[in-house]
Design a protein around this ligand. Structure first.
Ligand code: GRG
Length: 341
């Protein structure tokens, strides 16, 4: 089995990442025109971003048809809102906006999108109290705060946020911080690892990591690891492969990656692979999907798993691309292993 850095003996058991199989799984995703495929059109642009990023991290950036992907992103443009929707004919939304930008950057096609219009859409989402809405209907969520900041920074437009609005954004994120050091969706909401990642990464983009209580938050995050090696998103909940990203990327930004038992988490993620048809599930034995595939692969990359490309924990994009854009923020990494186990 030609899996980089993996010995023949390891490759013959289930204790290795089957990169060729997962690439095939991602390439075949849009060929499954079943009910589930059609019912998830509101996530289509996110799905392409997840599959494309996973392919990059697994060392195969050209796994998907480049022009086909670009044309699809362009077909998601919603002229009325001036940004991308998740699927042709859908309304523009901030969730699809970030994915559209990320895909076009990875496809080296950023010059084919209307950066000024998207920048305008993003700036208009910032409310007077510093919260950020997902679209013109007004729902707020710290996910949208992160997306607004990450998108603007990826486009080189972060400095277009007026200074007083930037201060308000910082104030709003601080209001979402809880006594346990974590962050929630809105002020007063429970800490959750997904919301912790968006707030930690947002503060990092704003160069305000000083507002994070590092030992308190890092210990809360490390307590998410359960005896089976998997991580959960908050106390008393089940482990799930996707938290191998939300928790671990946050811990990486906090510089405390060694507060997690690396081997146990690697084994948990590898155990959630479908070794017949490819893809990674939320936990061993469940159905696979592209969401858990990217976050399993991304978690393995942060853990230094061999044969993978580096991923940037602030942007969830290939580290080489973020370095090229010159927008890298501080984070800790683990040395990439040459073989495993
Ligand atoms: C660029 C990667 C990237 C993301 C863009 C949308 C977004 C910004 C971030 C999402 C952060 C988030 C809230 C992730 C958590 C997703 C998740 C698995 C939620 C499940 O919540 P529950 O309550 O699950 O169903 P638990 O595990 O708590 O039972």
């Amino acid at each position: 089995m030609a899996t980089a850095g993996i010995s023949e003996s390891a490759a013959s058991s289930s204790s290795y990442l089957d990169i060729p199989l997962h690439i095939k799984y991602i390439q075949n995703l849009d060929k499954r025109q079943d009910l589930a495929y059609h019912l998830t059109s509101h996530l289509r642009l996110n799905g392409i971003y997840w599959g494309l990023t996973a392919s990059h991290i697994m060392g195969q950036p050209s796994a998907l048809d480049k022009e086909g992907v670009i044309e699809y992103v362009l077909s998601c443009w919603d002229g009325e809102s001036g940004t991308f929707g998740p699927h042709p004919g859908h309304d523009g939304h901030i969730l699809a906006t970030l994915s559209g930008i990320q895909i076009m950057l990875m496809q080296d096609a950023i010059d084919r999108i209307n950066v000024e219009s998207i920048t305008q859409f993003l700036l208009e989402r910032i409310n007077d109290d510093g919260s950020v809405s997902g679209d013109s209907w007004g729902e707020i969520d710290t996910r949208f705060t992160y997306i607004c900041l990450s998108s603007l920074n990826l486009l080189g437009k972060l400095n277009q946020i007026p200074l007083e609005k930037k201060e308000k954004i910082i104030e709003h994120i601080s209001k979402c911080r809880n006594l346990d050091g974590g962050f929630g969706r809105v002020p007063g909401a429970e800490s959750h690892s997904g919301q912790i990642w968006v707030c930690t990464a947002a503060l990092s983009i704003l160069d305000r990591q000083d507002l994070i209580e590092v030992p308190l938050l890092a210990s809360w995050l490390s307590e998410r690891q359960l005896p089976n090696g998997g991580l959960n998103g908050r106390p008393e909940k089940l482990e799930d492969v996707c938290y191998s990203w939300w928790c671990l990327a946050s811990i990486s930004i906090l510089g405390k990656l060694n507060w997690i038992n690396k081997d146990k988490l690697i084994n948990f993620i590898l155990g959630a692979q479908d070794l017949e048809d490819g893809g990674i599930a939320d936990r061993p034995g469940d159905w696979v999907d592209v969401f858990h595939t990217i976050f399993g692969v991304a978690g393995l990359s942060l853990l230094g798993y061999p044969g993978l490309q580096d991923i940037d924990p602030v942007y969830c994009m290939p580290a080489s691309l973020i370095d090229k854009l010159d927008i890298r923020k501080p984070y800790a990494t683990l040395e990439r292993m040459t073989s495993y186990p």
